[in-house]
Design a protein around this ligand. Structure first.
Ligand SMILES: *Cc1c(COP(=O)(O)O)cnc(C)c1O
Ligand SMILES: [Zn+2]
Length: 402
């Protein structure tokens, strides 16, 4: 039973060895069955990966293979200054930028590799334009698996190299990128390659641990809101599934209201939400500096819409200018995230302005990936430095004292 897949829409069941991550009946994404009870194993994060500490919530992980690179267990940092500025009770940043390949993707990838090993695979793969590719390449190397990474044909060299460094079999594919998701799953099934794509059930499971950790870090007082920069929707689904499972297990007594944060240049979920529609439409041409959240046709988009309804959430889109300004603000608090990571903070500002989020609220924003992943964003900032000779250093310094 715990090893079953359940359709997120029609609740039809499938075996979790099922190759397709979609429901054969209605086409919507499948998910591992929601856990109803469990407790935390007080194993030290210094010695045990998160799936062992939370093993009651990962019953299908029964490989003891040593694949961890130290993913997860990230800080939850309280930003009092920002909370003041935004007139909020508290603002916390879940800092995913410090994962082994600098984004939250590593959580789901580690589980994906374990699951692939459980199923007897020696080959893994992914379709990605960035962080997921680097993550799967790194974990494939770590686990010594034959690793296939499919990227867009016209991907820039500076984005390819940080993936290629892990020596995967990296293929640039020209043609319809959206179609590649389905094609890869089919080719994977025929060639014994386990594809860990954006919203496959096992990757979604990885993101549960973000919620688990937030609960522990807040002494089991769940925040009122959790704000998630959303592209395919896998991370959003995982975080909400995590809160739901801790709630079911009696570890927390409320579930945060989710905010789906997107950029105005790619906002298919926000658009559907505003039109009170339950079916995502292709967004068409996208244009955003938040590359991490640039999927115009999110495979878990409808599932996110259902979760927004279930948990009384909201969805909001922010502009490039708002993203750049939030990125600067986060950095001013000591956290340098890529533009996608700044989107939730920009969203919170907006939702405070129209009072969708009330001043008494505790808000957790998810900073999903590191700023060093996308240094091109520097050009949107007016960054300052000064210059002087040693002999004149003190004069220079004095002129800068405040
Ligand atoms: C992948 C990614 C996202 C979006 O996650 P989805 O599961 O596709 O919704 C957001 N931010 C960053 C930095 C990412 O790498
Ligand atoms: Zn279904």
């Amino acid at each position: 039973m715990k090893n079953q897949f359940l359709c997120t829409n029609c609740a039809k069941q499938f075996p979790s060895t099922n190759h397709s991550p979609r429901c054969a009946e209605c086409g919507e994404p499948l998910s591992f069955v929601t856990i109803q009870s469990g407790s935390i194993n007080e194993l030290s994060p210094l010695k045990y990966p998160f799936w062992q500490r939370y093993r009651d919530f990962y019953p299908y992980v029964n490989s003891s293979a040593d694949v961890s690179l130290g993913e997860g267990y990230t800080p939850l940092t309280s930003l009092a200054k920002l909370a003041d500025e935004l007139d909020l009770d508290s603002v916390y940043v879940k800092n995913e930028t410090i994962n082994p390949t600098w984004s939250f993707k590593d959580r789901g990838t580690a589980l994906g590799v374990l699951f692939a090993l459980n199923l007897g695979y020696t080959r893994i793969g992914t379709v990605s334009t960035g962080n997921m590719a680097a993550s799967v390449a790194a974990y494939g190397a770590r686990a010594n698996l034959e690793t296939f990474i499919l990227v867009k044909g016209d991907m820039a060299v500076e984005k390819v190299s940080p993936i290629a460094i892990y020596s995967p079999k990296l293929i640039r594919v020209f043609g319809d990128y959206g179609q590649l998701y389905d094609t890869s799953l089919k080719i994977g099934a025929d060639n014994q390659i386990y594809f860990i794509n954006s919203d496959v059930p096992i990757r979604v499971e990885g993101s549960k641990s973000i919620a688990f950790e937030i609960c522990e870090q807040l002494a089991f007082n769940a925040p009122d809101y959790v704000v998630i920069p959303t592209s395919a929707g896998g991370n959003f689904r995982g975080i909400m599934k995590g809160f739901r499972e801790f709630y079911n297990a009696g570890l927390i007594d409320s579930i945060p209201r989710p905010i789906c944060a997107q950029s105005t240049g790619c906002a298919p979920i926000v658009k559907a939400y505003q039109q009170r529609s339950y079916a995502i439409k292709h967004f068409g041409q996208t244009s955003t500096i938040a590359h991490g959240i640039g999927n115009p046709s999110p495979p878990s988009g409808n599932a996110v819409l259902r979760l927004l309804t279930e948990y009384n959430g909201s969805a909001v889109a922010v502009s490039n200018e708002e993203i750049v300004s939030a990125q600067k603000q986060l950095a001013a608090c000591g956290i340098f995230g890529q533009p996608a990571s700044a989107v939730p903070l920009a969203a919170v500002k907006k939702l405070r302005q129209d009072n969708t989020i009330e001043p008494q609220a505790t808000v957790a924003v998810i900073a999903t990936g590191s700023g060093l992943k996308y240094t091109a964003a520097f050009e949107y900032h007016q960054l300052q430095s000064y210059e002087t000779k040693v002999a004149e250093l003190e004069i220079c310094l004095k002129s800068l004292l405040s």
